[in-house]
Design a protein around this ligand. Sequence first.
Ligand SMILES: NC(=O)c1ccc[n+]([C@@H]2O[C@H](COP(=O)([O-])OP(=O)(O)OC[C@H]3O[C@@H](n4cnc5c(N)ncnc54)[C@H](O)[C@@H]3O)[C@@H](O)[C@H]2O)c1
Length: 252
Amino acid sequence: MPDLSGKVAIVTGCASGIGAATVQRLTADGAQVLGTDVDEAGGQALCNKVGAHFAVQDVAKRARWNEITALAVQTFGRLDILVNNAGIVSGASIGDVDDDTWDRVLAVNITGTMAGCRAAIPVMASSGGGAIINIASTTAMAPLPNDVGYSASKGAVRVLSKSVATWCAQQQNGIRCNTVIPGATETGILDATEAAMPGFKASVAATSPMNRLADPAETAAAIAFLASDECPFMTGAEMLIDGGALSIHPGF
Ligand SMILES: NC(=O)c1ccc[n+]([C@@H]2O[C@H](COP(=O)([O-])OP(=O)(O)OC[C@H]3O[C@@H](n4cnc5c(N)ncnc54)[C@H](O)[C@@H]3O)[C@@H](O)[C@H]2O)c1
């Protein structure tokens, strides 16, 4: 297990799914964690359970980001790790997406990720460096016809991460930035899709070489590795956690 003792992390979208598993994993690996979410009751309960600190945050609200990074420093004294995990789907295709739906999914998934990086970088740099992990999706490579905003925003997360990574490397500020690309994972985000398309989860699992969805803890393990000092030369990289789903020829 990576040793994260002495490190301080912010994890967004901590109330459920991959975010909750990540708070649990980073805490177990020794980090002190500030979890944030729009879901106050769920986020507070998860953080109480694992000994993390919680704050309400809508990642799309840019001004809130400086308060969140300041809170991490005020509570724990430094900031070493940022996991930009909060994300939403929109369920709208190019045939029916309206302006509000498009604006909201991009605001949360890509503007929220940018604002998190922008606020965290100077704070991490003042602690001697750090690790940013942005959560994209296999839809960034194999997009969903029925969710144009989600797919486009996740594609943008991949490229944003590389731009952040290379700028930080040029600045020699000690900050690495990498992307984790989960495939279909057993979390709440799939429930809306399952409700709209009964059988969706089973059919995705059936087309996966491993014949199942991911457990959020499996994604959290990759995040913990990228957050640790085990991979000092990894920046601008992408880790696919998809059970081989994008590695197989569509005919098989
Ligand atoms: N589950 C999957 O199959 C899958 C696959 C690929 C990528 N992802 C990505 O993983 C990340 C986590 O999703 P999940 O699967 O755990 O879903 P989830 O719905 O279980 O969790 C998402 C969390 O983000 C929170 N959230 C939503 N909007 C927010 C906002 N504006 N500000 C702060 N918090 C907000 C929600 O309250 C929730 O707690 C997302 O970025 C998602 O796109 C998930």
